[in-house]
Design a protein around this ligand. Sequence first.
Ligand SMILES: *Cc1c(COP(=O)(O)O)cnc(C)c1O
Length: 422
Amino acid sequence: MTPSFTNELSFAKQMDKEDPLAKFKQSFYFPQHNGEDVIYFCGNSLGLQPKAVRDAIEVELNSWKELAIGGYMKGTNPWLYYQQYLNKPLSQIMGCLEEEVTVMNALTVNLHLFLLSFYKPQGKRNKIIMEAGAFPSDQYAIETIVKHHGLSPDQTIIEIAPQQGDKILHTKDIISTIKKTGDELSLVLLGGINYYTGQLFDIKNITTATHEVGAIAGFDLAHVAGNVPMQLHEWKVDFAVWCSYKYLNGGPGAVGGAFVHQIHANNIDTPRLGGWWGNEESTRFKMEKGFVPKPTAAGWNLSTAQVFNTVCLKASLEMFDTASIQAIRTKSILLTNYLEFLLNDITHLNFEIITPTNSEERGAQLCLYFNERGKEVHQKMHEAGIVVDYREPGVIRVAPAPLYCSFEDVHRFYMIMKNLKA
Ligand SMILES: *Cc1c(COP(=O)(O)O)cnc(C)c1O
């Protein structure tokens, strides 16, 4: 049940007292501002460092030091199977089978690998639907894959934009574009949560509509992973990619995550680029001709496991496993709704919350749109010890990640904003 919020500090303190996840805050390092922890509402860009990370790195450094090549088989965590250690916790977070998930490379690289597998333009069926104003890397990836096939981006990419006067997309508009494109549609590629507005798309129904016209549904879940629980298997999403340094707290440039539905993963004839790590371990070293992919998402792995790029994520995921993504989401909804409640009390700063008000249509992020002076307000927040980011045009993104942000943090943020000079 949603409690009725009040703007008293005592209310925030009471909420923290009753919060079953409150203890996780102590498991992270916070940057300091005037000798105090900053208010860190920027976990949507880079998650904080879990304290457990240092020891986890130390374990692998020791394996390397003491065993060298022996670390692959005899290390504390044998490196030969290193990626597999993350399958279970990631399958919980993404709602999929363990064999449908893997870690490798980084997000944009994985997006390209899957575009090569799943975007197969044939005759008039060559269109890609994406959101207008998608994240730059996604735009570049789609533009260049289209050119790679000798097609013209202008004639191939269909961008869905909000209706006049609106800032967000409506599911019915997305679905009607899918239907209208019909047998010309090859692929739908959407960000699960739009990075600029914070809108969470209806992945389930968009996927169903895409399949009804015989096309492939892929998602960039950069802002979803570790934020909102998914059911990728049940929803029959074809593929998804995400990065691990945002809500998953895997550290800067951490190894990327990838999901391929069982239907495609089990089929070793699904086209792909091959490399030795995607080949069956039993035959990897036989030097025989012919790439035989593993019948799992790991069949897209190319290179040897990037242990030091994966170890921080491994340590972080242990915390997600203990906390459970469902409990994280429950707290997140409360925390974000509380933030929204307090922001609605601030009238002297001229901004509008453009993120949908319905919890089902957003994660931990609220986007404040300033018609003017957004940058100046952002600078003032920064000087007051608040870490949030600014995205052109005019948006301050405020993201209280539930593992390490408290109700009191939200209240402190509110008080600082309330006292900012207009
Ligand atoms: C953060 C983010 C990326 C980042 O891609 P990298 O390849 O990890 O640099 C891509 N797409 C979206 C939507 C993002 O939010």
